[in-house]
Design a binder for this molecule. Structure first.
Ligand code: 13P
Length: 254
C-alpha cells in the first residue's frame, strides 16, 4: 500500500492469556509473520506474561507493548507499574487511555496526558486511545468529543514527542460488538483527528503521526479500512487472540 507512514498493527490482548497461552500465541505469530517487514507489529500481553513473551519475541519482528503504565516513576502506588519496570522487558509501546480504562478506572484526559509524558520521558512510544460512544455519535457530538480528547490527552507533548506518538481511534460502539465503522466513517474521523493535531502542533507533525483504527477489526475488513488515506494501522482486540486471525489481518493489509 502506498503511504509514507509505515502501518502499525497492534494486538491488545486485554485481560486474556495465561503465560502458557501467551507463549502458544506468540509461537504461532512468529511462524505466520516471519517474513513481514512492511508493517510494525506489536503485541500487548497482560503484565504477568511480559517476561516470557519478551524472551520469546527477542529474535523476531514482533515488538512488545503494554496496556497501561503509571504516570509516576517509583514509590507508594499500590498495584501500579512504572516505566523502568517495563523497560526491563524491552517494552517499546504503551497503550494509554483505552476506553475500558476511561470507563472502569475513570481515567481522565489530564491523567492520560501525564502518562503520555512519562512514556516519552522513558523513551517509549504511547498509543493514545480516543473515541466516542454511540450516544455521542448519534447526538452529533463526535467531533466535539474527539477534539476534547485529542487536545486533553496530548496536552504538553513537544512536537517531536507528538510525531512519535501513535493515536488509536476506537469508536466505543465498535469495540467487541462486531460493528465496525464504515471505511468512510473511519477515514472521515481519522482526517478530523489529523486536522486537530495540525492545529495543536503543526502540519509536519500531523503528517507524521500514525493513527490506528480499532473496533471489531478482523481479516475480512482490515484491508479496506487500512487502505484509507488517513488510517495507518489497527489496534485489534478479539481477533488478536488467535495467531491465524491476527496474522491474516496483518498480511491482508500489506
Ligand atoms: P475488538 O477488536 O475486540 O473490538 O477490540 C478493540 C479494542 O478495544 C482494541 O483495543
Amino acid at each position: 500500500m502506498n503511504k509514507d507512514r509505515k502501518l502499525i498493527i497492534a494486538g491488545n490482548w486485554k485481560m486474556n492469556k495465561t503465560v502458557a497461552e501467551a507463549l502458544d500465541l506468540v509461537r504461532g505469530l512468529k511462524i505466520e509473520l516471519a517474513n513481514v517487514k512492511e508493517v510494525d507489529i506489536v503485541v500487548c500481553p497482560p503484565y504477568t506474561a511480559l517476561a516470557d513473551v519478551s524472551r520469546a519475541v527477542l529474535d523476531s519482528n514482533l515488538r512488545l507493548g503494554t496496556q497501561n503504565m503509571s504516570e509516576h516513576n517509583v514509590g507508594a502506588f499500590t498495584g501500579e507499574i512504572a516505566s523502568v519496570m517495563l523497560k526491563e522487558f524491552s517494552v517499546r509501546y504503551v497503550i494509554l487511555g483505552h476506553s475500558e480504562r476511561r470507563q472502569y478506572q475513570k481515567e481522565s484526559d489530564a491523567l492520560i496526558a501525564k502518562k503520555a509524558a512519562a512514556v516519552h520521558a522513558a523513551s517509549l512510544k504511547p498509543i493514545v486511545c480516543v473515541g466516542e460512544t454511540l450516544t455521542e455519535r448519534e447526538g452529533g457530538q463526535t467531533e466535539k468529543v474527539l477534539a476534547t480528547q485529542v487536545s486533553g490527552s496530548l496536552a504538553g507533548l513537544s512536537k517531536d514527542q507528538m510525531a512519535e506518538t501513535i493515536v488509536a481511534y476506537e469508536p466505543v460502539w465498535a469495540i467487541g460488538t462486531g460493528k465496525t465503522a464504515t471505511t468512510a466513517q473511519a477515514q472521515e474521523t481519522h482526517a478530523f483527528i489529523r486536522r486537530q493535531i495540525a492545529k495543536l502542533f503543526d502540519e509536519t507533525v500531523a503528517r507524521r503521526v500514525r493513527i490506528q483504527y480499532g473496533g471489531s477489526v478482523k481479516p475480512s475488513n482490515a484491508r479496506e479500512l487500512m487502505s484509507q488515506l488517513d488510517v495507518d494501522g489497527a489496534l485489534v482486540g478479539g481477533a488478536a487472540l488467535e495467531a491465524r486471525s491476527f496474522s491474516d489481518i496483518i498480511k491482508s493489509s500489506i
